[in-house]
Ligand binder design. Sequence first.
Ligand code: FAD
Length: 435
Amino acid sequence: THEHFDAIVVGAGPSGNAAAYTMAQRGLKVLQIERGEYAGSKNVQGAILYSDALEKIIPDFRDEAPLERHVIEQRIWMMDDAGHTGMHHRSDDYNEDRPNRYTIIRAQFDKWFNRCVREIGVTVLFETTVTSLITDENKRVIGVQTDRDGNGIFADVVVLAEGVNGLVGQRSGLRRELRPEDVALAVKEMHFLPQEVIDARFNLKGEEGVVIEAMGTITDGMVGTAFLYTNRESISVGVGCLVSEFAKSGEATPHGILDRFKNHPSIKALLEGSEIKEYAAHLIPEGGFRAVPELVGDGWIVVGDAGHFVNAVHREGSNLAMTTGRLAGEVVANILGSCMTCTRDNLQTYVRQLEDSFVMKDMKKYKNVPRMLEQGGRHIMDLYPRLLNRSAQTWFRVDGKDKKSKESDILRSARQARGLTGLLGDAFKLARAWR
Ligand code: FAD
């Protein structure tokens, strides 16, 4: 006879940790399996943590979690080769008792979160890879096969929190292969600098932090974005572009784009003199709502990146991962707690709850964005940032020209660059994608 669990969770990222914690808290016997040496060992990046999603799982996480800085300023930049035009939002209101967003180092954060998971009673197997799902004669999932235990491990339900690749689900025929148009390849580096230097360069004190999100000519016309996050004693810098765009370009490399961003005149001085310590590459699911796979079936349920839950427009992923993990955990605990089985029908409650939450509402709101970028990406990433920066120069240079003529110059150069119908068409597409 084999040891039987109520639930097996595949993966110890934010979604798997949220699901495992939630189920154990409600009394279920949970096994979590992680291929890495420890939780977070595969996740070196610095990132933004959104408090709300974690607070709903561990209300007093601020007392113990390894947090870097709380975000008080957001900069959004449209870059051309020489500079940027942007929007900055900064407020002292973010210096609140329970800050809303933090920068974190994922390796440390995931490790801490997983310690909480173990402390609440979950059994965790590290350095173990789930290779496939075990099904019964009715195709119901009843357990997992790993690269360790030849006999398999059995449970009432398997929570697939395996991240963007979704290989276990794919191999078991629960989902199709990822399309290159639906994933971004992101690379990032950690640049170490003394805390005082970061504070001075970004006008910060105490534990305040700044986030820069940038797009424009740095990605060479490919659909992608760049970012810079201030940690306590390091700065995370990275770029990501759709895999399909790299394929189309043929010559652009993630590392080449990152170098371009780091050497951009608007960024270079911020990183001056830093010591680079980590380099990491990872995929981000960016296909949006239309790329969300089947989420539940008999004996299985999908959470986090494996379910394609990322809001690329707002750079949110870990919060969707934790929210989907928590909701899946609650639904499973309710089903098993009422002595029912985790059939597809019963697990549908999870899908309905997602639809009532910000998760699906936001995914649906931006469902046309990937298509818009597929069609008009080059203009959005290259032509408009150039136009915007040129217009800003026309406007701000004082050169004896009257302001009315400057306005006409700006309008004329926009019309020349894209044509009136092109401009109106783009505005229409943007409005439709934003709805
Ligand atoms: P993951 O974190 O990928 O965890 C999956 C886990 O499963 C991994 O630990 C993996 O080792 C394990 N695993 C996979 N397959 C198996 C298997 N077969 N057997 C056993 N274990 C397995 N989100 C934000 O909210 N804010 C940000 O600032 C942000 N920045 C990002 C920057 C970059 C460069 C990238 C790549 C992503 C960023 N994201 C950000 C997105 C965020 O990282 C993800 O949405 C989030 O990590 C998803 O969590 P997850 O638990 O679903 O998947």
